[in-house]
Ligand binder design. Sequence first.
Ligand SMILES: Cc1cc2nc3c(=O)[nH]c(=O)nc-3n(C[C@H](O)[C@H](O)[C@H](O)COP(=O)(O)O)c2cc1C
Length: 213
Amino acid sequence: MRNLILYLGVFLFAGLMNAQELKVIKLDAPDKTGGKPVLKVIADRKSDREFATDKLKSKDLSTLLWAANGINRADGKRTAPSANNAQDVDIYVILEEGAYLYDPKEHALNPIAAGDYRAAVAGGGQAFVKDAPVSLVLVSDLTRLSKEPNEGTKLTGAVDVGIVSQNINIAAAGLGLYTVPRGSMNKDELKKVLKLKDTHYIGLNNPVGYPKK
Ligand SMILES: Cc1cc2nc3c(=O)[nH]c(=O)nc-3n(C[C@H](O)[C@H](O)[C@H](O)COP(=O)(O)O)c2cc1C
């Protein structure tokens, strides 16, 4: 019994140390003016599924997240519209070294869990997701839409998620990045890793990377 308690203690301590290894990542200033004309970007938008494994340049990650659902006005409103300005969609950023939550106010990534969870984003059938250096998991916090979320609330959350995903699709096309919006993923595992509640709706994910040469 004493040995069991000792083992459990070591195990829990190791887990705690692991999570503490990750630090807040302060993102560069996003590029808010560059890129191709918007209609050219829309003309180029497509789903791509063959990624180079190279990490994203920090400026590209910064611009992508800002375009996805960052703050674009002095009153705190966002690049993506949301029902009643509920701002219900959070972006979880899955990197090789760990899972983070995008903080639009600080334009930073806050650590959630150390470890490589790209396989959870891939789910059962689409191994190409594990090549992408970044996956963005889009989650609607339904409690920001309603005090008592129901199926209708989930629909609204799904719409809000879809808009953020399209911002990612468009920004990726403008930045010369590959992405694909995906409904498939291992939601049970992601719920645990990202420490989500039943009132969080995991809607879509977008793996993102440079084109495979
Ligand atoms: C809600 C939604 C869910 C999707 N889920 C997946 C998916 O799980 N895996 C995948 O490879 N593509 C997925 N896609 C991408 C579609 O297959 C793709 O958009 C479609 O084939 C049209 O191709 P295009 O995006 O290049 O125009 C999804 C798209 C949407 C809008």
